[in-house]
Write a protein that binds this ligand. Structure first.
Ligand SMILES: C[S@@+](CC[C@H](N)C(=O)[O-])C[C@H]1O[C@@H](n2cnc3c(N)ncnc32)[C@H](O)[C@@H]1O
Length: 396
């Protein structure tokens, strides 16, 4: 997910989450602290750690928001003690190892994108052996829920079609699509159960499996499950993404059942939840079993997987396999030619003209080539050198 500036503002203004991080940093930062802010956004925790007296802070993020970091550091009088890297953390090296790590590279769930791999890489190359981590562990919970009214009406439209158009093909693909969004506390049918936790200072595997079981207290119709986390930070600080008024900015997850289940008091319910990291994203697998009364046998439900919805992008999936043999399409030819032309001397207009004159690149004219070049330069020109200059910018 690519965040925009206002997403970062929303994160900082989530008082419960940010307040917990701030107090945890207050607990850990000492005058001899060298802090790594992994996924710094516009640099809020980096600047805060410097203001708390850290000897030096290294802040890294591939998002363009980091270009505001030097300005933020200057405005807060800590420019000399914060170094920003506009890069993926796996591509940087530091002049010294950090002894404090602050990060919140979570999404709706704490297993998110490359988070575990980033933590392992940082531990291996960028942190001292006993480095303190601000986020110490994330506890995962699951609970059966009723669907939100708008999600139920989406489901009806998919089943019945819309304005005479059958949506069966879409329904087949989205039957196992999980959703992000707020869940109201009254949608949660009965108590949350723990399905596991992550020790962030030692976690190795990006994959996850957890099981929760309930004895049903009251008759209900279960549409799906929500999974959330409670974060435990240094100094005993906590915040939660549980549905409710205190829910953190991360929001809720909803894993629908293909068919709702009607349960009665005394029935047993079992929910198995698996996360498998592949490429830069997760495949989620979930199944819900039920038993009618304490002595009955368990009836397993279907095994559902988010891969069904991802199949829409089967070419992208194939390219994530180790056995995949890549070939250059038109986009690759354009990139190959462009990188050969970028020599630190030619201007963009000359490069665009040369690209437009190369038939294999398939550009209509040099304006189209120029527009394409501007887009790709955003990635090609990102370096891993520390960024210390303040670049004045208008934020529209
Ligand atoms: C949830 S935001 C947290 C922003 C800010 N630290 C905060 O807590 O308010 C996660 C950040 O991690 C960054 N991130 C994701 N992958 C990264 C990577 N490979 N290296 C460095 N940062 C990364 C994202 O760009 C995003 O800015």
């Amino acid at each position: 997910m690519t965040y925009v500036l206002n997403d970062y503002v929303a994160m900082v203004s989530d008082e419960r989450r940010t307040g917990a991080y701030v107090r945890a940093l207050q607990c850990l930062v000492r005058p001899d602290s060298v802090v790594l802010d992994l996924g710094t956004g516009f640099g809020f925790f980096a600047v805060l750690a410097a203001r708390l007296g850290a000897k030096h802070v290294y802040a890294v993020d591939p998002n363009d928001a980091i270009s505001l970091g030097p300005e933020l550091a200057r405005d807060n009088g800590v420019s000399d003690r914060v170094t920003f890297f506009h890069a993926d953390s796996r591509d940087i090296s530091l002049p010294e190892r950090a002894n404090v790590l602050v990060e919140d590279v979570r999404g709706v769930l704490p297993y998110h994108a490359d988070r575990v791999r980033l933590l392992c890489d940082a531990r291996h190359r960028l942190l001292t052996p006993n480095a303190r981590v601000v986020a110490e562990r994330d506890h995962l919970f699951a609970a059966p829920v009723r669907a939100r009214p708008d999600w139920s009406s989406d489901r009806r439209v998919l089943q019945d079609g819309a304005f005479g158009v059958s949506l069966e093909a879409i329904a087949r693909r989205t039957a196992d699509a999980w959703r992000r969004g707020r869940i109201a506390p009254d949608q949660v049918l009965f108590g949350a159960e723990s399905i596991g936790s992550i020790e962030l200072a030692t976690v190795q595997s990006p994959n996850f499996e957890g099981i929760a079981a309930w004895t049903v207290p009251a008759a209900a119709r279960i549409d799906g499950f929500t999974v959330w986390f409670d974060a435990e930070l240094a100094g005993g600080e906590r915040f939660s993404t549980a549905p409710g008024p205190a829910q953190a900015v991360h929001g809720s997850s909803y894993f629908p059942l293909r068919e709702p289940i009607e349960v009665l008091p005394g029935d047993g319910l079992r929910f198995r939840f698996v996360g498998i990291q592949g490429g830069s994203d997760y495949t989620w697998i979930w199944e819900c079993g039920c038993r009618r009364g304490a002595d009955a046998a368990w009836t397993p439900g279907p095994r559902q997987s988010s891969i069904g919805a991802t199949l829409l992008a089967s070419r992208r999936l194939a390219s994530q396999s180790q056995e995949h043999v890549p070939t250059l399409g038109e986009g690759g030819c354009r990139l190959q030619r462009a990188t050969a032309l970028i020599d630190g001397i030619r201007e963009s207009r000359e490069i665009a003209a040369a690209l437009a004159a190369t038939a294999a690149c398939g550009f209509r004219d040099k304006d189209q080539a120029f527009a394409w070049l501007v887009r790709v330069l955003r990635n090609l020109e990102v370096g891993h050198e520390p960024q210390t200059e303040v670049e004045p910018r208008d934020i529209a």
